[in-house]
Write a protein that binds this ligand. Structure first.
Ligand SMILES: Cc1cc2nc3c(=O)[nH]c(=O)nc-3n(C[C@H](O)[C@H](O)[C@H](O)COP(=O)(O)OP(=O)(O)OC[C@H]3O[C@@H](n4cnc5c(N)ncnc54)[C@H](O)[C@@H]3O)c2cc1C
Length: 501
């Protein structure tokens, strides 16, 4: 049995961040990771001559002083891990019913472009951007917001009064209050795959946080995600007395009273430490710890975000730049009623005309390493229901594979018809994943994409790293915010908390 100062379960971005910072501060750190590579959803898998990042496409928080930059700076990695900025004139292209809208950096520019194109909707567009700007400004000051309110903290509360006012609002509540026309409801929520909820359900504060964060700059790591993740993992491994053990799935967290006294891995090894951090989903952590955490039910009371259907494609003999792709992502919607689009896919399991997210990592950075020279990569994602795929896979494996193929063919037909004629003839690699794939490889319960669902009920000031037991802390997309920057931010915050003890 080996004893460490700190033991981190899971090497997703939240876990890796806190592990690297603790190692950097001279603590002896052990990371136990179930998979055979680090990064969780940000890991890269290899198949043939291709490498695909499992889920991450573009990130925010890379500018000087912002979250990811702060982590790399603390680890001395800023020069080693440079970023490329996606096109500031249109880092996301939102295509609703065939009409393309380029989303630029700069909220005022975005607003003015829309007013220029839709002058008849100038009033609701202005009103929408006013509220977004107000909330975004207050979110930027969020660090000063207290965890508990008291009279002496009144000035801070006053400075954040709009956050309190809009805390329970959804995006549709804002649309309704400004009288937003349907087409613009679709366009303005065009990045909603980044939180996987339609306007009717998403927390307004979360929507604004997403829009405002990417507004400051959308980035891609110049040397790709595997280099970004590996650099942080190496910051753990390179410190004396620190290590990451892969294929070490923790199957039991042992507790005595309110303390963790060790963990056991599936291969029968036991490890102990003074302090423990779980980067694993909080509910799953509670299962691993038996009854000890169940008493803290407020930490465990949430529903999961939905799952995704993902396609990883290797393309040879054509240039995707000639078909509407480039230093940006494309969001495709069949029509502007995004509530109906989501209901069709998640409730009615109808993916005959799905929304699509299309991303081209080889056009975001020209650095080699993802595929043979001259080839390109196209990644495609949309939302789908976990239970349906899980039941099919469990009860009838051939039927599960047929369903995957059926949906993949529908999506390829759509891309051929609307963007890349003859695409099929140029595909030299195709890999397809469902929410079940995410559960198997990334250990995401119910294939959840962004931790707990990003509804008003789950989004609030309590969404941050949590102390679950005397010497056990939780940090991940749910105990924090999803996204690479969100989970790194949670890791930074937890490190500050642990360092102040
Ligand atoms: C389809 C999709 C697209 C996305 N696109 C983007 C994007 O473009 N930009 C962006 O910023 N974010 C994106 N995200 C979100 C982002 O990837 C995640 O929010 C973030 O990476 C989650 O980090 P985490 O710290 O919660 O850890 P996770 O990624 O959940 O990792 C947890 C780790 O713990 C390990 N683990 C679990 N159980 C055990 C156990 N018992 N023992 C040992 N190890 C265990 C897992 O193997 C895993 O490595 C996307 C997510 C999805 C699903």
């Amino acid at each position: 049995m080996t004893h460490f100062d700190d033991l981190v379960i899971g090497s997703g971005m939240g876990g890796l961040t806190v592990a690297a910072l603790l190692a950097n501060a001279g603590r002896r750190v052990l990371v136990l990771e179930a998979h055979d590579v680090p990064g969780g959803y940000a890991h890269t898998f290899r198949t043939g001559d291709y490498r695909f990042c499992a889920q991450v496409h573009y990130i925010f928080g890379c500018g000087e002083g912002e979250t990811i930059h702060r982590l790399l700076d603390a680890l001395g990695l800023v020069d080693q891990v440079p970023f490329v900025r996606l096109d500031p004139e249109g880092f996301d292209h939102v295509v609703v019913a065939g009409q393309r809208h380029r989303i630029p950096n700069g909220l005022s520019k975005s607003r003015d472009r829309l007013i220029h194109r839709y002058p008849w909707a100038a009033q609701p567009i202005r009103a929408y951007f006013d509220v977004v700007r107000t909330i975004a400004d207050e979110l930027e000051r969020l660090d000063v917001l207290p965890e508990r309110f008291s009279l002496s903290l009144l000035p801070a509360v006053v400075r954040c009064r709009h956050l309190l006012r809009y805390m329970r609002w959804t995006l549709d509540d804002l649309y309704d209050s400004v009288g937003m026309p349907m087409l613009l409801r679709g366009v303005l929520a065009g990045q909603c795959g980044d939180y996987l909820l339609p306007p009717r359900d998403v927390s307004l504060l979360l929507h604004v946080a997403l829009v405002a964060n990417y507004d400051r700059g959308a980035y891609y790591p110049r040397h790709h995600y595997f280099h970004f993740v590996e650099s942080i993992a190496e910051a753990v491994r390179s410190r004396e007395g620190c290590t990451i053990l892969f294929e070490h799935e923790v199957e039991r967290i042992h507790t005595e009273g309110e303390r963790v006294v060790g963990v056991t891995t599936r291969n029968g090894q036991r490890f102990t430490a003074d302090r423990y951090v779980s980067n694993v989903d909080p509910r799953r952590t509670a299962e691993l710890a038996g009854g000890a955490l169940q008493r803290k039910s407020r930490l465990l009371d949430y529903d999961y975000s939905s799952g995704t259907f993902t396609m990883y494609l290797g393309v040879r003999g054509l240039d995707l730049r000639e078909h509407g792709f480039g230093s940006h992502n494309v969001w495709r919607y069949p029509h502007a009623d995004l509530n109906r689009v989501y209901d069709d896919q998640l409730l009615r399991h109808d993916l005959s005309d799905p929304w699509l997210f299309l991303s081209t990592p080889t056009l975001h950075s020209g650095e080699p390493g993802l595929c043979p020279e001259g080839d390109q990569i196209l990644e495609v994602a949309t939302s789908c229901d976990y239970d349906r795929f899980a039941n099919l896979r469990r009860s009838d494996r051939p039927a599960y594979n047929r369903e995957k193929k059926r949906i993949r063919d529908t999506i390829l037909d759509l891309i051929q018809a609307e963007y890349v004629p003859g695409l099929r003839d140029h595909l030299v690699m195709r890999v397809t994943g469902t929410p079940v794939t995410n559960e198997r490889y990334c250990f995401a319960p119910k294939g959840n994409s962004y931790g707990s669902a990003l509804t008003p009920a789950n989004v609030g000031f309590g969404r941050r790293p949590q102390r679950a037991l005397d010497n056990l802390w939780l940090v991940n997309a749910t105990a924090g915010f999803p996204s690479v920057a969100g989970t790194i931010g949670a890791g930074l915050r937890l490190f500050d908390e642990l360092s102040s003890r």
